[in-house]
Ligand binder design. Sequence first.
Ligand SMILES: [Zn+2]
Length: 421
Amino acid sequence: MNILIKNVFFKEKITDILIEGNIIKKMGENIALDVFPDKVIDGTNKAVIAGLVNCHTHSAMTVFRGWGDDMELESWLSDKIWPYEAKLTDEIVYWGAKLACLEMIKSGTTCFNDMYWRIDAVAEAVADMGLRATLSSVTLDASNSQSVKTVVDNVEKSFCNRKNYSALTTFALGPHAIYTVSKKILQWIDDFSKANDLLIHIHAAETQTECNNSIKSFGMTPIRYLNSIGILSPRVIIAHGIWVDDEEIDMLAANDVKVVHNPNSNLKLASGYRFKYHEMKDKGITVGIGTDGCSSSNNLDMIEAVKIASLIGKAWRNDPTATTAKEMFKCATVNGGKILRQNIGKVQEGCLADLVLVDLNSPAFTPNFNFISNLVYAANGNDVDTVICNGKVLMENKHVPGEDEIMKMASKAAHKLFFEL
Ligand SMILES: [Zn+2]
């Protein structure tokens, strides 16, 4: 399948883009073809950007949107989240994840890094929606009586099941956090990840309480603990990484660990806001951006997350030149591709065709002196018009096929979870 995007705005110029199969084959003015392409998209009054990469989320938590806000973290988790997560079914997770995919497509995200329960149901939703994703199953053992063998068996079983997933899905390991996963399992996960070249997706250094408890339990802070048990490696993706000092940043850099900033979730849960982007970047750490799940962020709009990442970085440093729109946008595209080890995140010949067209015929882009500034500071996900993932059109003219049914079914699934089960 060939797609020709005509006359689209890119880097202050108007260009054509030819997609052949799943690759950006050619870019330039007035591309002439010997044969008529299978599809032509008129890019007039639209700008092209790379599909956004959401590096940390729990997709099916869309069903928890608005269910328990403005609460203390502990009572929020124990009263509003955990009792209901225990009741989740494959059907609820499927519709929750499908709603998340819909929301991501509608706001310009083409690839995401997920950690949640019932990974097979998430994988089915991802396959149905045509997105690219790295999926991990929540793994934990410290807070319940699950034996090491049970946990290992479950991970190995889901590792085998990955063969049934879509070709755009990558399997990863998801140890929840140092306070929910034992040292034994963390080390086994590291071995398994090494043997099978799998990414490890873990929450770490998210709150001050986590740090204090880590010092109480292990005699050291979370990153030092992970370093001391030998599981920091280039395969590790740390979500949050708010509470880290210079020595810990050195440990992350020395092991080429990737870090994902989740500004909205950190603000809403009052986890902390001094994300040390510049300190990490100066040491060569690749930083991505995530939304976190809809229970704590409460949307999956990566354009909003990029804006907040930029604003919050300026605010706590008292420096309006810090964390620029351009740099935070790069974190959400180029760096996301690097973190998830995919040839995405760039509008460039030879890259995978994960592309988003933004509607310039909107107040947010008028006047359009500085496109990236308008995109990050003035626009939001609703300005996205067309989404292509792996060379396939998932949304055109702001419409995703079947979207009404997905919203209806996901809402029904949420009601079932909270009021019927
Ligand atoms: Zn999270």
